[in-house]
Design a protein around this ligand. Sequence first.
Ligand SMILES: [Mn+2]
Length: 448
Amino acid sequence: MPTPIYVIGHVNPDTDSIAAALGYAWLLRERDGLDTLAARAGAVNPQTSWVLKYLGLETPVLLADASPRFESVMRRLDTTTPERPLHEAWSIATRTGGIAPILNHDGTPYGLVTGRSMFEFISHLVGPHPKQQETKLSDILNTPCRQAAETNIHRFQASTRIRDVLNRVLRQEEDEFLVIDEAGRYVGICRQKDVLNPPRLQIILVDHNEPGQAVSSLDEAELLEILDHHRLGNPSTHTPIRFTVDVVGSTSTLVSERIEDAGLSAPPAHAGIMLAGLLSDTLILTSPTTTERDRMAAERLARWAFVSGSVLSEETIRSYGEKVLSAGSGLRARAPSEVVSSDMKVYTSGGYHFAISQAEVTDLYEVTEHLSALTEALGLFRESKSLDFAMLMVTDVVSGSSILMMDNPPPILDDLPYPLLPNGTRQAEGIVSRKKQLLPAVLGLLEA
Ligand SMILES: [Mn+2]
């Protein structure tokens, strides 16, 4: 059964992560004919969901875990119902290698007709005495399926990880299992031998390369490629893979370059979301991570996206960028717990395990207004994740400055070069990039 290659960004996905997954999955389908599927490793944030909706794009599928599941080993065999004559099950079984699933009318499994259940049924009819061997085969095959079905068959949900129930599967005497959906309806059959060596999910990572930021159980998947623009923290692999980490402002920039190199142009909606990813990561080409290549990518994506007939036909890079940033900004619209956890990255350095979250506003006054609620949320968040300390960087995308809030910072961070304000926060003038400005300053102190 064919399974797609998942193209997926980091957990707590931002717009660039979703955009790069959609754009790169599109290129690999279009250029190489690969069966790719854009995926996400968590819930999309308000900015991304606004962009997706505005452009009329489907949200990528959620892939919460890369460990093989029953859905990747099951086979969707043809079925019949309990009151139909047994010859229907027989006919199915001759085509499926000896199994016929019998379903109730609501789609839930009634049982299975298998070689073994047929043998039991016939030996029950005929018995050990030669006299009854006169029973005609056609009479047997005209009895309802239910009489020959084995009903005591183990059922596993399609989304269950195989490794979580492998021991149970191996202890069973039967060789076949039913695979059901969340509502208990039949979706397929799997055999014991299929679960012993399930195919690994094939995965391409975009917009990250650190396993700590990746979909969980990545080590159980087959990693095909990494396309990113962050610091190195990549997992080891058994075989060589395509690995690109380049110093540009967004992964969408890299994807747009590859599309151009292939002599293609992205469809308007795909170009539109990649432009949103680029403008979001670079704060409309103003952040210090912005390079000349990002400016060229923005022009290129705008050319593909701002075509007549598209919702973006009247936009400029600036006007679209402002819409994208304001769609994700603001502390009012979101619960404090969401503000501290939605755009969050966890790091380990100098013996400390910590998180830095970032939220965008268009006026830093909002921080003052929500300070006590955010402080409390940051503390609860740190405890729930068992972190040594947690930081929240609230960035004013208009003035290009940030306010830092910290929960339980180690004393060594007193040396951060951002002045302490009377309300306990720190003013980081001109600091807008977590990756390029704040993180190096923090790591420099922790690793000193
Ligand atoms: Mn990015």
